[in-house]
Design a protein around this ligand. Structure first.
Ligand code: FES
Length: 117
């Protein structure tokens, strides 16, 4: 799993207004030159993962289908429907590649995404 450690030195990138993000839908933002897929899982829960699907490398994860699997939010790639856990990036197929996960936080009306490593 590729997930950065948050510290006081973490840089946060403004990913937009939370009210512009619909529940269950994703959007793509640039974080330090990298495409990041941002999802609003529910009214107060946001997730961010790499936009490039590790299966074939297509930059399409922001168009993925958000679903609930046993209480965990997952996203299905729109191309071949591989599923990934939005919390930690694990592939739903055993041994499958993982998505990089970015930490998010809400500051006022803004969604912030960690700049990562
Ligand atoms: S490119 Fe995403 S599942 Fe194949």
């Amino acid at each position: 799993m590729l997930q950065e450690t948050i510290s006081e030195n973490t840089q946060w990138i403004d990913a937009g207004c939370v009210e512009d993000l619909s529940v269950g839908a994703g959007t793509c933002v640039l974080v330090e030159g990298r495409q990041v897929a941002v999802f609003r899982v529910d009214a107060e829960t946001f997730r961010a993962v790499q936009n490039q699907c590790p299966h074939k490398g297509a930059a399409v994860m922001h168009q993925g289908i958000v679903a609930d699997r046993s209480g965990e939010a997952v996203v299905l790639c729109p191309l071949h429907k591989r599923g990934y856990h939005l919390g930690d990036g694990r592939c739903m197929e055993e041994g499958g590649p993982t998505l990089r996960v970015y930490t998010t936080k809400v500051e006022g009306e803004r969604l912030m995404v960690s700049a990562g490593l």
